[in-house]
Design a binder for this molecule. Structure first.
Ligand SMILES: [Zn+2]
Length: 342
């Protein structure tokens, strides 16, 4: 029997309570969820699909699992400006800060609404991934899920768009390289939309294998199989566009037949997931048909890769998912599979 220690940190009350318990369990179920309530301060207009209610719904399910002793919730630190600059230009950071301070309701670079709390929320979201990377790379946990918003994968070096301000997962990947010396990172993106920002940031990078399944034609319009990266990144961008109505057969097929052999060649030392659940059947912003069991299977495929090459290290980052009833169900399925990660 293995033992695990649960560290419970509660940020929302402003106090830090640290509880350590040991419990005998059959497996090293070991998943930490990273969450900062500052992310609720990003408040688009009331009818906007990317609403604080998304995280409230996710965290209601997470707290249920926490009470059952199946995961722990950890308070992250906010990102520093140096963290943001790992994936974005100084000019873009300046634009974001000044437009939010000026009270603009829309980012000038793209379709991302803003509110007075958006800068703190965006720093919290990026910092959540950075904190999760630290926890996984130091061995404090094997797998981490970042319950974050605003989402990130549409944000490029110079441009926020598609509800995204900073590219949370890209910042986390660059931080893993800088702070922990990780040379090869897999980012698997199953959001229904193409992760154009992540693709652009790592286009010629060479340290990231980016594998993306997405609906096409659909927003943002990029993600052709011809887009493969350049220079040191040549061949490290792998796009899998599918038409509306695609689901289990196409997407799990791409992960099994495309991602698994690519990862076998690349041998990632850290595995990250752009976990968008707008590819779930019934999502208002997508037309894919994945169900909660499919998300568990996708998680299992990625976990197998992590076990094979990366000592089981997985940092999963929430992207889209706009059905307030479906999103927490998909997240629960994902977390339940991560829980049995070894
Ligand atoms: Zn999406």
């Amino acid at each position: 029997m293995m033992h695990r220690r649960l560290f419970l940190q509660h940020a929302s009350c402003g106090l830090l309570s640290l509880t350590s318990v040991s419990e005998a369990i059959g497996q090293t179920a070991n998943v930490h969820v990273f969450y900062d309530p500052a992310m609720l301060r990003h408040e688009p207009s009331s009818d906007h699909p990317e609403s604080p209610r998304r995280l409230d719904a996710v965290m209601t399910s997470v707290r249920t699992l926490e009470r059952q002793g199946r995961l722990s919730v950890t308070a992250p630190r906010p990102a520093t400006e140096d963290d943001i600059l790992l994936a974005h230009t100084p000019d873009y950071l300046k634009t974001v800060r000044s437009e939010i301070a000026a009270g603009r309701r829309q980012l000038s670079t793209g379709d991302t609404e803003l509110s007075p709390g958006s800068f703190a929320a965006a720093l919290a979201a990026a910092g959540t991934v950075v904190s999760a990377v630290d926890a996984v790379m130091s061995g404090r946990t094997r797998t981490a899920f970042c319950a974050v918003r605003p989402p990130g994968h549409h944000a490029s070096q110079r441009r926020g768009m598609g509800f995204c301000v900073f590219n949370n997962i890209a910042i986390g990947a660059r931080y893993a390289r800088k702070r922990h010396g990780v040379d090869r990172i897999l980012i698997a993106d199953w959001d229904v939309h193409h992760g154009n920002g992540t693709q652009e940031i790592f286009w010629s990078d060479g340290t990231v294998l980016f594998f993306d399944s997405h609906q096409h034609p659909w927003y943002p319009g990029t993600g052709s199989p011809d887009e493969k990266g350049e220079g040191k990144g040549s061949g490290l961008i792998i796009n899998n566009p599918f038409p509306a109505g695609a689901g289990r057969k196409e997407i799990l097929g791409a992960f099994r037949e495309g991602l698994v052999p690519a990862a076998e060649r690349f041998k990632p030392q850290l595995v990250m997931i752009s976990a968008g659940f707008d590819s779930r059947a019934g999502d208002p912003l997508g037309r894919f048909t994945l169900n909660d069991r499919d998300f568990a299977e996708l998680t299992g495929i990625v976990l197998d890769i992590a076990r094979q090459h990366a000592s089981g290290r997985v940092v999963s980052v929430l992207e889209g998912g706009y059905a307030l009833e479906g999103l927490p169900l998909a997240v629960t399925s994902h977390l339940t599979r991560l829980e049995h990660s070894w």
